[in-house]
Design a protein around this ligand. Structure first.
Ligand code: CA
Length: 221
């Protein structure tokens, strides 16, 4: 069954969409602000996102930009109350797959959802790989050789971030912002602690410390 993430802060509209989705056999989860939209979309548990532009906190455009910058490929249908051409153009060039202007007929939204779910980007492989290490975004399970490794939610997100940026040095700041959603350094050593957890589960040599810079996932193992 397909799972839809709905980011919409207006309860009336959200409940209208949720009911329609349920009646058509979709499961959905609703968030009412931009930060949750980013966090949920990143989880890999959803097949498509319906994203309102006017959200509190981060607006829909910022959510879109952030997700695409992180190469989160979830198909996104933008909802906008503003009947402005610029919004649509900005949305589509920012990496949205489609858009709808409010108010809209549910059947039209449904048709667009179905279309997006059958295009190749929606059925893209959900397994990220680096050498003998792989991570299944659906089951949230890591494997080294043929061995399954259980990860906690944070460990999973941290590993996923590295796998999306193989051989790149990621700074503590980048990791804090992507995995913990801190746009500032809270002065804790949480990143180092979690790198230690991943090293103990997946092999210490895999995560290289780049002095004064951050960490890098080695892929030639
Ligand atoms: Ca809104």
């Amino acid at each position: 069954m397909n799972r839809i993430l709905l980011a919409e802060d207006e309860e009336r509209i959200a409940s209208f969409i949720v009911k329609g989705l349920r009646a058509n056999g979709f499961r959905s989860e609703t968030v009412d602000n931009g930060s949750d939209a980013v966090a949920f979309a990143r989880s890999g548990e959803f097949d498509l996102m319906i994203l309102d532009i006017g959200l509190p906190g981060l607006d829909g455009f910022s959510v879109l930009r952030r997700l695409r910058a992180e190469r989160v490929e979830i198909p996104i249908i933008i909802l906008t109350a503003r009947d402005a051409v610029e919004d649509t153009v900005a949305g589509l060039s920012g990496g949205a797959d489609d858009y709808m202007h409010k108010p809209f007929a549910f059947d039209e939204l449904l048709a667009r959802i179905r279309l997006r779910l059958t295009t190749p980007s929606a059925t893209e492989s959900t397994v990220l790989k680096a050498g003998d290490l792989s991570l299944d975004l659906r089951t949230r399970r890591a494997r080294v050789d043929e061995l399954d490794i259980e990860l906690t939610t944070r460990e999973f997100t941290l590993l996923e971030t590295f796998l999306r940026h193989p051989d790149e040095v990621l700074t503590r700041q980048q990791l804090l912002s992507r995995v913990w959603d801190f746009d500032f350094d809270p002065g804790s050593n949480v990143v180092d602690v979690y790198i230690r957890y991943l090293r103990s589960k997946l092999g210490a040599e895999r995560f290289e410390t780049v002095r004064g810079a951050g960490y890098r996932l080695r892929t030639n193992m």
